[in-house]
Design a protein around this ligand. Structure first.
Ligand code: ASP
Length: 327
């Protein structure tokens, strides 16, 4: 976040910075979150869940405005940020059709965020370029939340994924988490793998050879001392997996559509696959799915992808409240 003389007074309404480490901060990548921070976010997310169950909406962020700036398609991230803000009593400027905004006239990202921050208190940004959220944050005085920067990161998704694992299995330590599909371009995988470095986990990566996890992410796992294995065959690791995190092949990131066609149907999770999985395995997917999980699996109690979306609402409510100094 850029600082200049218009930077708002950061005097906290309660306590000191120690107690509100995310107040006024950008959320750009999962590297910002230590284990104690995750504990805080999840504690607030639990409170949000209870409040939503009890009263639906409440006025914690009354008068606050969120700008939802999406240069790439989104269903869940955009609508859950909108719902999160509105359930907290705030309101939203939605810019999801950037081609109807001044972006279509050639306006740069820095100018667009400098415009929106005149009207909003926080900006949620999804953009096709790696590093776009960090670039926006350099120019913005208000907090920027990265809602996906191309093949880079998707930190709020990883937070809700981790929350899901915790809610479903009661713990994260000691688990074997398997990630499957497009590990090269799948930003949710990059963020979740990095976030899991805070825990005592083992990771398994299953993908076609051409879609393996980037070396940079693997180097971070090595540095954190995380044990992991890579394979092309799900059956090598299915039986030992406590979590199976399935991803879509990210068609929009491929230069060569023939390559996409050759890998898109590489894995399909169906009833037969689930019959070989642990009885309490959690099956997750950031969604949208485009054939990687057969609909026949949806009724399996281990299929957590719809619950995962709901957890996302509470985690995003928590993040908004924390960034805006109200949690
Ligand atoms: N919705 C997720 C993302 O934006 C996953 C996906 O699109 O495959 O990264």
């Amino acid at each position: 976040m850029a600082r200049n003389r218009l930077t708002p007074n950061r005097h906290l309404p309660f306590g000191d910075r120690q107690e509100a480490p995310f107040y006024g901060k950008d959320i750009l990548g999962v590297g910002q979150f230590r284990r104690a921070d995750l504990h805080d976010v999840f504690g607030v997310a639990h409170e949000m869940r209870e409040m939503v169950a009890r009263v639906g909406s409440f006025d914690l962020l009354k008068g606050k405005i969120l700008a939802n700036l999406f240069y790439e398609p989104s269903t869940r991230t955009m609508s859950s940020f909108t719902a999160a803000m509105e359930r907290l009593g705030g309101s939203v400027i939605p810019i999801s059709e950037v081609h109807y905004s001044s972006v279509a006239k050639g306006e740069s990202l820095p100018d667009t965020v400098r415009t929106l921050e005149c009207y909003a208190d926080v900006i949620v940004l999804r953009h096709p370029s790696l590093g776009a959220a960090a670039e926006a944050a350099r120019y913005a005085r208000k907090p920027v939340i990265n809602a996906g920067d191309g093949p880079g990161e998707h930190p709020t998704q990883a937070l809700l994924d981790l929350f899901t694992i915790h809610e479903e299995l009661g713990t994260v330590d000691g688990l074997t988490v398997t990630m499957l599909g497009d590990l090269k371009y799948g930003r949710t995988v990059h963020s979740l793998a990095r976030l899991l470095c805070q825990y005592d986990v083992q990771l398994r990566f299953v993908s076609p050879d051409s879609l393996r996890l980037p070396e940079k992410v693997k180097a971070e796992l090595d540095e954190a001392g995380i044990r992991y294995e890579e394979t092309e065959a799900l059956d090598d690791v299915l039986g030992q997996s406590d979590v199976l995190y399935v991803t879509r092949v990210q068609k929009e990131r491929f230069d060569d559509l023939a390559h996409y066609e050759s890998v898109k149907g590489a894995y399909v999770i169906d009833r037969d696959t689930m019959s070989r999985a642990k009885p309490n395995m959690v099956l997750m997917h950031p969604l949208p799915r485009v054939g990687e999980i057969a609909m026949e699996v949806d009724d399996d109690p281990r299929a957590a992808y719809f619950r995962q979306m709901e957890y996302g609402l509470y985690v995003r409510m928590a993040l908004l409240a924390m960034v805006l100094g109200k949690a």
